[in-house]
Design a protein around this ligand. Structure first.
Ligand SMILES: Cc1ncc(COP(=O)(O)O)c(C=O)c1O
Length: 356
């Protein structure tokens, strides 16, 4: 069946492009001898996660416990939850730990102590990473002594096993210029390396160091302190990432919209608005039409200007999301297509909305 006959708006995933992206990241990390633990916050699909693991990933990351619940129930056996577990979620996280290997990150000694208390009560030992702030100023202890202090507390807490460091440099992923991004990323990794050395001086080994996203993974491979990478967006990319110099992945994600109305001069009104494509990272672009522009026109509508040719209601206009993660989270399923436009099936976005 031809994809253009499907209902709109539809979230389209090109399976061939996805597979090429998965293979490319898998082979680059394997060649560098560094483990890959892709972030599933982007695709939110246990099926894609399983394919990543088949291709050599050691497990996956989830942003939240809610996503981890979906992945573990679908059979994924090794999950790192990259956002600090909060007191209200500790019991949920620990109940997953009876079914799979669950690693948590912390940046707060009170939370670490509480995880240890509850884990001990259940006879569990939970691997825990210290989350380190390498410049994003979001979560994380400061590098150096503060991270060492928290690591020592974890190492001394029954029910916990100090496993290493996480330091995600999210503020750098979209710096467009290669050299600028590289220098800033290498400085982040050096902070992790310095902290690792300080830990060693304090008698603690931290063999597991995880960092990097789609915009920086190459520099993490180059620096060498990371034992594991956690990129997410590379699986499908988006129009913002496409502008980032030297990100060798291809766009695999589209929103296929349908023309609803053609009565405004020089404008097409399509059926994809805020409810089907995100605009937090700017407006989507129009596939293969560099001079056309899309603007949201409400929850259910978009305005397209500058499209070549003539159009009528029901025509299809393919949009390239500006931000893959937030667009995917708006949809229940992907419509799977091949390079030639053939529909291959539907894939549920099982972890969409699982943000707690
Ligand atoms: C903690 C963490 N690690 C990794 C990633 C993946 O980064 P990217 O999607 O840029 O590859 C994200 C994405 O926001 C993240 O928050």
């Amino acid at each position: 069946v031809d994809v253009e006959s499907a209902q709109t708006p539809a979230l389209i995933l090109n399976l061939d492009a996805l597979e090429r992206n998965l293979r490319l990241m898998a082979s680059e990390t394997t060649m560098a001898g560094i483990r890959l633990r892709p972030h599933s916050k982007t695709h939110k699909s246990p099926w894609v996660a399983a394919r990543q693991i088949q291709l050599g990933a050691v497990g996956i990351c989830t942003a939240k416990v809610g996503e981890a619940e979906v992945m573990v129930k679908a059979g994924i056996s090794d999950v790192l939850v990259t956002t600090e577990v909060v007191p209200q979620n500790i019991a949920r996280a620990l109940s997953l730990a009876t079914m799979a290997t669950i690693t948590l990150v912390v940046d707060d000694s009170r939370t670490a102590t509480e995880v240890g208390r509850q884990a001990t009560a259940q006879g569990l030992e939970i691997p825990v990473l210290v989350d380190v702030n390498v410049g994003q100023n979001r979560t994380g202890t400061e590098p150096g002594q503060a991270a060492v202090d928290l690591a020592m507390l974890i190492a001394d807490t029954p029910g916990l096993r100090f496993a290493g460091l996480q330091g995600y440099e999210g503020h750098l992923q979209h710096r467009f210029a290669l050299e600028d991004r590289r220098a800033a990323a290498l400085a982040c990794y050096q902070q992790l390396a310095d902290t690792q050395l300080k830990l060693r001086e304090a008698g603690l080994e931290s063999p597991w160091i995880t960092t990097a996203g789609t915009g920086t993974y190459k520099f993490a491979l180059e620096h060498g302190v990371a034992s594991e990478l956690q990129p997410g967006s590379y699986v499908v990319m988006d129009s913002q990432y496409a502008k980032v110099e030297r990100t060798p992945f291809e766009n695999a994600l589209f929103v296929m919209s349908g023309v609803v109305s053609t009565n405004r001069p020089n404008l097409l009104i399509v059926d994809a608005g805020y409810k089907s494509i995100s605009t937090d990272d700017g407006n989507p672009s129009v596939r293969n039409e560099p001079t056309a522009t899309y603007q949201p026109a409400g929850d259910e509508y978009g305005r397209i200007a500058g499209l070549s040719g003539t159009h009528k209601p029901g025509d299809r206009v393919w949009l390239v999301p500006s931000h893959c993660d937030t667009t995917i989270n708006l949809h229940d399923s992907y419509l799977l297509v091949r390079d030639d436009g053939r529909i291959e099936g539907e894939l549920p976005i099982a972890a969409r909305g699982k943000s707690s």
